[in-house]
Design a protein around this ligand. Structure first.
Ligand code: PGA
Length: 260
């Protein structure tokens, strides 16, 4: 069975002490939740705080709270000033990396081809990938969203072996819903998730498709999560704004555990 996950993408937020307080708060709020291997929390802080965040998470909590990076380079090493390589993340004990977030695509020009190389390199370095896809509003208005997401997923993931794909989590994040307060309707999320799962079934097989976690991202918060997380093809969320508050983030995790 696929894992159900709430992942927090802190983006470029929090000063050091705030970061420590946030992860401490998350651990504290989780105290009354029993550990269940089927459910996971992933925290993706700015790269400079990866170690700090790991240090706050106790051994016991590490079976349900994982730490991920927000990006990594497509090469293992070299003259790439300011970049972070996948092996460096592995050395720190980091388990996940987000690849293809729409902010990386739009502000830093990351193309589907580049993301393919990043996915490959991350997997080769034993990182699990949270691969983001999603359409802009103009694409949806022209009814091109299914085709666009298919192209993103096809280019970056379809060349992988089944074993490699089993270490990929997909996050469907419609660009028009990210940080806007406009959330996709549960039906919109479900139909895209079902579409993605169908693509995986056709390219790989039904078992692998059924075992792939597909998260929804875009203005997800406790007030709207229940309806979205209840949909059969939605396996949790990739959370931006609401992951910056311990209570809201853990509340999302609890909602997921109640409905899924
Ligand atoms: P948001 O961000 O929850 O603030 O909309 C989601 C994301 O960018 O992953």
């Amino acid at each position: 069975m696929r894992a159900k996950i709430v992942a927090g993408n802190w983006k470029m937020n929090k000063r050091l002490e705030e970061a420590e307080a946030l992860v401490f708060g998350i651990c504290q709020s989780l105290k009354d939740a029993t550990i269940d291997d089927a459910y996971q929390l992933i925290i993706c802080p700015p790269a400079l705080y990866l170690n700090t965040v790991q240090d706050v998470i106790s051994e016991e909590d590490r079976s349900q709270i994982f730490v991920g990076a927000q990006n990594c380079h497509e090469k293992d090493a070299g003259a790439f000033t300011g970049e972070i390589a996948a092996p460096m993340l592995t050395d720190l004990g980091i388990s996940h990396v987000i690849i293809g977030h729409s902010e990386r695509r739009s502000y830093y020009g990351e193309t589907d081809e580049l993301l393919k190389a990043k996915v490959e390199n991350a997997l080769r370095n034993d990182l699990s990938v949270i691969f983001c896809c999603g359409e802009q509003l103009s694409v949806r208005e022209e009814n091109g969203h299914f085709d666009l997401v298919e192209k993103q997923v096809r280019t970056a993931l379809f060349h992988l072996s089944p074993e490699q794909l089993s270490n990929v989590i997909i996050a469907y994040e419609p660009v028009w819903a990210i940080g806007t307060g406009v959330v996709a309707s549960p039906e919109q999320a479900e139909e895209m998730h079902a579409h993605i799962r169908q693509l995986l079934t056709t390219q790989f097989d039904a078992t692998l498709a059924a075992n792939t976690t597909i998260l929804y991202g875009g203005s997800c918060k406790p007030a709207n999560a229940e309806a979205i997380f209840s949909k059969p093809n939605v396996d949790g969320g990739l959370i931006g704004g609401a992951s910056l508050k311990a209570d809201a983030f853990v509340e999302l995790y609890k909602i997921l555990r109640e409905v899924a």
